[in-house]
Structure formats: structure tokens, C-alpha cells
Design a protein around this ligand. Structure first.
Ligand code: C2O
Ligand code: CU
Ligand code: CU
Length: 531
């Protein structure tokens, strides 16, 4: 009898490099194969890559911070709709912001505050399998609840999208985003307690870009040469509808991870993009529930990474492949000038993602890829007033199936244990004895990765004694900038240094594998005011 865990991993066809070590890719298990569509049977590169529209303010309203000032006010409705994900498939039923997924892109300036009314205009019944055993998703709760979080945003606590601050259909809330932070690619998505994984899978997410003068002065590729690439994997039924897998337990459908075998890029399967023979800037987001993307071009073409989650790197780095975990963003520059007339394929290990068709003609390109981008000064460890040891744990049943994930042994509803003081710096030491890489995200703040270090996981699990078995390794160049999500690698202790600034109040930190997050791998934390 195949365990649920193996079944799921197998159904992903090929898993990420990291997961592959533990579970070989064996192809789809027969049961799922019958229920789902094999995307590889579809014609590739027949749909143009969609570019989400840019949201326009509906009006201007008084700022909550200073009523004399009028600020842009956007209204974004969460609605059901049908969307073509591929030329040869019937429209797919989804939920999203406006009439497409990803939703409209918010494009704002640093320091320009905005108001966004997030309005839940969804039906009263969910169309994906709710597990009523999960915290906050009991039978007594309304099935359809939404609350929007701006991932990477430095927002007051009452505008952060606390998972229990959800609203039901017919209701809306107005959130205030001061945008007092550096240029970066953020993203907005649902965060409703216990059903977040289903709401995002349904399509409830979009891109949010913050710009600033420092970035403008670099003359990076812009306008139609700057393109968001929001990636997420999905399973589809043969009729082209979203398929979300369930466990073999009728009353407990939660599954520990979901890997789809087709990747939607801005909402299309295997899209193509016609590009001129010049530099482009791609803002890539991993919006998948659980898949890690390992991006590269076929034929080993190199590209540049210029930014991470929270903005520009100090210098561009040249890469041939790049790992991006759920929740993470990367800012890339690709120079197509030496590939005139070529067709280039972007892939993730064995998966085809999309195609770039480079025009044959020579074009003038006045944009730049500067040798230096923006200083990122290292926070010295001596600044930290506190070091927290925090374990990431998975619990299995007797069949070896994961049934629960906890942060530092605590459930969501237990009293808050992480209470950093506003304007102080802390080191969070994430101890991961599990076999999975957990992308850990903290709301409100940006941080730097200090290092990762191998330890004896077996010993730690039985005695809680932390014994290192290797040297501390600094972060890769690719993640040596400002981050808000960090891969806590299996069998390693990952240390981050965080300056808690902006606002006091209650926020959350969690694993960004959405199935983990929905099953207790999320905790509140509270930034307390300095005395
Ligand atoms: Cu992208 Cu708390 O989330
Ligand atoms: Cu966030
Ligand atoms: Cu996790």
C-alpha cells in the first residue's frame, strides 16, 4: 500500500531537486492519473504570455495618517470567473481579484501611501475540499472567508491581513499601505485561517510593485521590457478544471503537500513571449502551494539576478540556474541580444515552463545593467539583543504520514511566545530536523540570512541537544540581499538577523508551503512598543 506521502510526491511527476533526494520521481500514481490531465499531452507555446493589467485608483480619499492628504484608493473585488489557461482547454473555473488570476498589478511609489478596499464578492460555497479539522476551519465557520495579506509589505498590524481577520461574502475591508520601504516586488494573496491553501490555489493572488528613485536612476529595462512572471503549479482534471488532491480519509482531506504537473505563468500553461533582441527585466514570483522552482534556460544560457524578495542586490550576479521557493521573488535581467532569431525555453528541471521567441532584427537598447545596484550593508551580529532558538517540526502517524507541523512545538492558538521589541534586532535560529526545506516567512520585516549549518537531526529529535556536524556556510550570492522568506534547509540550522521596525502589533510568521501553514506551521508574533 502506497503511503499518502509517497502518493503525493509521485503525483508531482518530478519533484524539486531538494525533495528528489528523498523521493525518486516515479511518474503519476495510477489513481491520480485517471483523474487528472497530463499537461504534456497539450500543444506547447500556443498561448501568448498574459501580462496582468495595472490597477488604477478608483478615487482619492483622506489618508488615515493625515486626513488633510488625499491618497489613491483602489477597490479590488474577489470574484468567481472562468479563465482559459490553454488554447485547447475549456475555461477553468477560478477565484481571483477582478476577472483574472493573477489579479491586477498594483504599481506604487515608495513613500506614496495608498488605500485598498479588498471586497469579498465570492459565492457562499467553496469549490475546493475544506478540511474542517484544521484550526479556524471548523464546521461552525463560514465556508468562504477571505483576508488579504500584502507579502513583503511593511504595514500597520490592522492592515496586515491577520489570518483571523477574515470577512465573508458581501463584506469588504479597507487596508492602509504606507509603502515606506525600498523598491521591491511584493505580492498580495489570501491568508484566511485554515483555508489559505485552497483560496490561493483557486487563484486569489496578484503582484504589487514598489518603485523608488534609487532604482529609477539605474535605468534598468522598464515599461514593456519589464515583465512579471508569476509561477504556480496546478493539477487539472481532463476537463481543464482545478484538481486539488485529497487524502484517503473522508473526513480529513488535508494533504501534506501538493505538486501540480502543469505550471501556470501569469495564468497560462506553456505560454510564449515574443521578445526583441535586447535586455529584459523579469520579476519572478513563486506563488505555488508547495513546489520549489529550479529555473534555467535550455542550452545553459546565463542570465543575471539583480534582486531578491525585498529589493536590489548590491551587484548583479551571473547565473545559469536559480532556486525559488514558495513565497520568494527574484528580479532577473536576461539579455536576448545574442540570441537573435532563437527560441529559448525556460524550464524547471524536467518541467517546461515557457518559451521566449527572440526577434531576428537588431534593436537599440538604451537600458543598462549597472555593475553596482544598491548597497546592502550587513547587520552586525553584535546588534542583536536577543537570539531565539526555534524548531521546525513535522509529526507523523504510525504509517509514517505527516499529520501536523509545528513551529517550536506550539500550536497556533497557544499564547504568543515571540515578542520582539520595536526598533530592536534579533537573531532567529531556525532548527530544521525534518526532511523538507521549509520556506519561513516573517510578516512586517525584512531580514538578512547569516548562515546555515548542518547538525545532528536524529540526536536533536530524541534529546533536543543541538550538535553541529559541519561549518557555518554563508548564504549564496543569490540570497545575500534583503529577504522576507528564507529556505530553512533540511538537517540544517538557518540563522537570520532581523531588525523589527515600522509598527508595533500582532503579526505572524509561518512556513510558506501552504499545506504546512494551514496545518499549524504558523504562529502569531507580537512586536511590542519600546518602553
Ligand atoms: Cu505570503 Cu503570510 O504570506
Ligand atoms: Cu507576508
Ligand atoms: Cu513547511
Amino acid at each position: 500500500m502506497i503511503t499518502r506521502r509517497k502518493f503525493l510526491h509521485n503525483s508531482g511527476l518530478a519533484t524539486t531537486a531538494l525533495l528528489m533526494k528523498q523521493v525518486p520521481a516515479l511518474g503519476q500514481a495510477p489513481a491520480v492519473k485517471a483523474l487528472t490531465l497530463d499537461p504534456n499531452t497539450l500543444a506547447k507555446f500556443v498561448d501568448a504570455l498574459p501580462i496582468p493589467v495595472t490597477a488604477q485608483p478608483n478615487e482619492h480619499r483622506a489618508s488615515p495618517a493625515n486626513p488633510a492628504v488625499k491618497v489613491p484608493y483602489y477597490r479590488l473585488g474577489m470574484r468567481p470567473f472562468e479563465m482559459k489557461v490553454h488554447r485547447d482547454l475549456k475555461p477553468t473555473k477560478m477565484w481571483g481579484f477582478g476577472s483574472q488570476s493573477p489579479g491586477p498589478t498594483l504599481d506604487v511609489r515608495s513613500g506614496q501611501e495608498v488605500l485598498v478596499e479588498w471586497s469579498n464578492e465570492l459565492p457562499d460555497k467553496h469549490f475546493l475540499p475544506i478540511d474542517h479539522n484544521l484550526s479556524g476551519a471548523g464546521k461552525d465557520q463560514h465556508e468562504v472567508r477571505t483576508v488579504v495579506h500584502l507579502h513583503g509589505g511593511k504595514a500597520p498590524a490592522d492592515s496586515d491581513g491577520y489570518p483571523e481577520d477574515w470577512v465573508t461574502p458581501g463584506k469588504s475591508v479597507v487596508y492602509h499601505y504606507p509603502n515606506k520601504q525600498d523598491a521591491a516586488m511584493l505580492w498580495y494573496h489570501d491568508h484566511a485561517m485554515g483555508i489559505n491553501r485552497l483560496n490561493i490555489y483557486a487563484g486569489l493572488f496578484g503582484v504589487y510593485l514598489i518603485r523608488d528613485n534609487a532604482e529609477d536612476s539605474l535605468n534598468l529595462p522598464a515599461g514593456k521590457y519589464e515583465i512579471p512572471l508569476a509561477l504556480c503549479d496546478r493539477m487539472l482534471t481532463p476537463e481543464g478544471q482545478l484538481f486539488y488532491p485529497v487524502s484517503d480519509k473522508e473526513n480529513a482531506p488535508w494533504v501534506p503537500e501538493v505538486f501540480g504537473d502543469g505550471t501556470l505563468v501569469n495564468g497560462k500553461l506553456f505560454p510564449y513571449l515574443e521578445v526583441a533582441a535586447r535586455k529584459y527585466r523579469f520579476r519572478a514570483l513563486n506563488a505555488a502551494n508547495g513546489r520549489f522552482y529550479h529555473l534555467s534556460f535550455e542550452k545553459g544560457v546565463s542570465f543575471y539576478q539583480i534582486g531578491t524578495d525585498q529589493g536590489l542586490l548590491p551587484v548583479p550576479i551571473s547565473l545559469k540556474a536559480l532556486m525559488i521557493a514558495p513565497g520568494e521573488r527574484v528580479d532577473l535581467v536576461v539579455d536576448f541580444s545574442e540570441h537573435r532569431g532563437e527560441e529559448m525555453i525556460l524550464k524547471s528541471d524536467a518541467f517546461t515552463i515557457m518559451q521566449f521567441r527572440v526577434a531576428g532584427g537588431k534593436v537599440e537598447d538604451t537600458s543598462l545593467l549597472p555593475a553596482t545596484l544598491r548597497p546592502v550593508s550587513k547587520i552586525p551580529e553584535s546588534k542583536a539583543v536577543k537570539t531565539r532558538l526555534l524548531s521546525l517540526d513535522e509529526y507523523q502517524n504510525r504509517a509514517g504520514e505527516p499529520v501536523l507541523m509545528l513551529l517550536n512545538g506550539a500550536y497556533w492558538h497557544q499564547p504568543i511566545t515571540e515578542k520582539p521589541v520595536l526598533d530592536t534586532t534579533e537573531i532567529w535560529t531556525l532548527i530544521n530536523p525534518t526532511d523538507d526545506s521549509h520556506p519561513i516567512h516573517l510578516h512586517l520585516v525584512r531580514f538578512q540570512i547569516l548562515d546555515r549549518r548542518r547538525f545532528n537531526a536524529g540526536l536533536y529529535m530524541s534529546t533536543r541537544e543541538l550538535k553541529f556536524t559541519g561549518d557555518a556556510v554563508p548564504p549564496e550570492a543569490s540570497e545575500a540581499g534583503w529577504k522576507d522568506t528564507v529556505r530553512a534547509q533540511p538537517g540544517m540550522v538557518t540563522r537570520i538577523i532581523v531588525h523589527f521596525e515600522g509598527y508595533a502589533g500582532r503579526y505572524v510568521w509561518h512556513c510558506h508551503i501552504l499545506e504546512h501553514e494551514d496545518n499549524e506551521m504558523m504562529r502569531p508574533y507580537e512586536v511590542t512598543s519600546a518602553i
